[in-house]
Design a protein around this ligand. Structure first.
Ligand SMILES: Cc1cc2nc3c(=O)[nH]c(=O)nc-3n(C[C@H](O)[C@H](O)[C@H](O)COP(=O)(O)O)c2cc1C
Length: 358
């Protein structure tokens, strides 16, 4: 009897199985508007219990990557209705991942009038793809003013309301992988002295204010959040207080009664290992609403569910390459391998052309 393939509930949501499709940026949103091709992609994967979309910018300032979608215009809301309908038609619930890229980006990827903003004016190491000039160094971002903090919270609120209007079952705040919200949490990117920096109470403050503002706007049972303790992606080095800081976040988020917390372990991808103790701390504070992700096979997912380490397990690359992943797990079938040359290319190749069983 497979736990992974059994139905469950997550807050008010009934899920047809305990498999989530991880959020994955695929860069098919030409003009930053979601389209019919994207709806086909999500519809093909609608045998998941939960689909978490690719990162979606809540505002023009959050559009750091080329061809990522937004959720701040009427046209984008209409475009997303195609994907939410396709997911629901296949029985999946679907969550919009709100990803503000913060310092990770480039002016060439931003629309006119948008700015690269971050907690502090600390440039990320590394480069960013632009369609116009290929790879470019990350620029130095503007440190956010008090007015920027307030307007950015309102952008998350407006995008959350737009998500509900577009038919999403909820939103996930992307507070992982080196983007804006994690830039507030981590001490290498947050040098603020205004109550939003310093110790973890200060560095967590902006993130928790966003959680509370979007919860007030759409209901806390529609709000999830993703965190990547020990994640190093996008120039986020390890530091001594990592475990203490994420313990504070686990306590704060657990006490709020939101839909879920989604903890990503990047160690399969080469980041430092995430100690079992931090996952156990999240579980203690989230006994009914924890999603775990990162390098999962069916076997490891079944084992972690059996040990009650999480409620739902999230699959990334395997779902990308196997639209019928639950059926393949059920049949014990072999898996397609991902086409790494087509992760972020603009068309259907390597996107909607992966074969299903039979
Ligand atoms: C092509 C690609 C794009 C991704 N984009 C996002 C993203 O937009 N938001 C996010 O939180 N994680 C993103 N990730 C990370 C995945 O959600 C996932 O956690 C990661 O791939 C590890 O899980 P896996 O081993 O099951 O693939 C991305 C991963 C890949 C491979």
């Amino acid at each position: 009897m497979s736990l992974l393939l059994s139905p469950t509930t997550l807050g008010p949501l009934t899920l047809q199985n305990r498999m989530a499709m991880s959020p994955m940026t695929r860069s098919r949103a030409l003009g930053n508007v979601p389209n019919a091709l994207m709806a086909t992609y999500y519809g093909q994967r609608a045998s998941a219990g939960l689909i978490i979309t690719e990162g979606i910018a809540p505002s023009p300032n959050g559009l750091g990557y080329a061809r990522i979608p937004g959720l701040f215009s009427a046209e984008q809301v209409e475009g997303w209705k195609l994907s939410t309908a396709a997911a629901h038609a296949g029985g999946a619930k679907i969550i919009a991942q709100l990803m503000h890229t913060g310092r990770i980006g480039h002016a060439l990827n931003l629309p006119a009038g948008a700015r690269l903003v971050a907690p502090s004016a600390v440039k990320a190491a590394g480069q960013m793809w632009t369609d116009q000039s290929q790879m470019q160094d990350h620029p130095v971002p503007d440190a956010m003013s008090a007015a920027d903090l307030a307007s950015t919270i309102q952008e998350f609120v407006a995008a959350s309301k737009n998500a509900v209007a577009a038919g999403f079952d909820g939103i996930e705040l992307h507070s992982a992988n080196g983007y804006l919200l994690e830039q507030f949490i981590r001490p290498n990117t947050n040098l603020r002295t205004d109550g939003y920096g310093g110790g973890i109470e200060g560095r967590a403050r902006f993130v928790l204010e966003v959680v509370d503002a979007v919860s007030a706007a759409i209901g806390k049972d529609k709000v999830g959040i993703r965190l990547s303790p020990y994640g190093a992606f996008n120039d986020m080095p390890a530091y001594d207080a990592m475990e203490a800081d994420y313990t504070y976040l686990a306590e704060q988020l657990g006490s709020r009664g939101i839909l879920y917390v989604h903890v990503l372990d990047h160690s399969a991808g080469g980041a430092p290992p995430v100690p079992d103790s931090i996952k156990a701390t999240f579980r203690r504070h989230l006994p009914k609403n924890l999603i775990l992700a990162g390098g999962y096979t069916a076997e490891r997912a079944e084992a972690d569910l059996a040990a009650d380490k999480a409620d739902v397990i999230s699959f990334g690359m395997t779902f990308l390459a196997n639209p019928d992943l639950p059926a393949r797990f059920k049949a014990g079938a072999s898996l397609n391998t991902p086409d790494f040359t087509a992760l972020y290319t603009p068309d259907a190749k390597g996107y909607t052309d992966y074969p299903t069983l039979g």
